[in-house]
Design a protein around this ligand. Structure first.
Ligand code: NI
Length: 159
């Protein structure tokens, strides 16, 4: 496993549409392992393949540090409710912005064995899933921010 370089806003790879994964192979397994390692090392709760420069529909999420979730070719099936909170992204280091998203999401995806499954989440998990799925279509949360981006360090001071 290896830590991969996280691409930052302004890098055109972050604005490209990713391709579906057709089959699992050693190279893709290695990418997935590296993505988890890179996300944990950066203290993130989610990471999408384009953030490490790979245009594949793969994202890893873990909002508690103990619930790793791999979504390959994820499709949002259902959303409901609404939540408004500060959100950040490893590709926009040091910044946060207020984003309103659905409070519940149901998603269909493939696992590491390319077996289809469905999962659902609320609150932070729903936010993370929706944020990561958008990365796969070349979209960053900054386009959804209400108001200005702020320095995350300033938010931490206020708490
Ligand atoms: Ni992100």
């Amino acid at each position: 496993m290896a830590i991969r370089n996280i691409r930052e806003i302004g890098d055109p790879v972050l604005n490209k549409k990713c391709k579906e994964v057709k089959e699992m192979n050693a190279r893709t397994r290695e990418l997935i392992n590296d993505m988890f390692e890179t996300m944990y090392e950066a203290d993130g709760v989610g990471l999408a393949a384009p953030q490490v420069g790979i245009l594949k529909r793969i994202t890893v999420i873990d909002v508690t540090g103990e619930d790793p979730l791999l979504l390959i070719n994820p499709v949002v099936l259902e959303t409901s409710g609404e939540q408004t909170a500060y959100e950040g992204c490893l590709s926009v280091p040091g910044k946060s912005g207020i984003v309103t998203r659905a409070n519940y999401v149901k998603v269909r995806a493939y696992d590491e064995n390319m077996e289809v499954f469905e999962t659902e989440g609320t609150e932070l998990l729903a936010r993370a899933i929706l944020h990561e799925v958008e990365h796969l279509d070349g979209r960053l949360y900054v386009e959804r921010v209400e108001g200005d981006l702020v320095n995350t360090a300033d938010l931490l001071e206020e708490e």
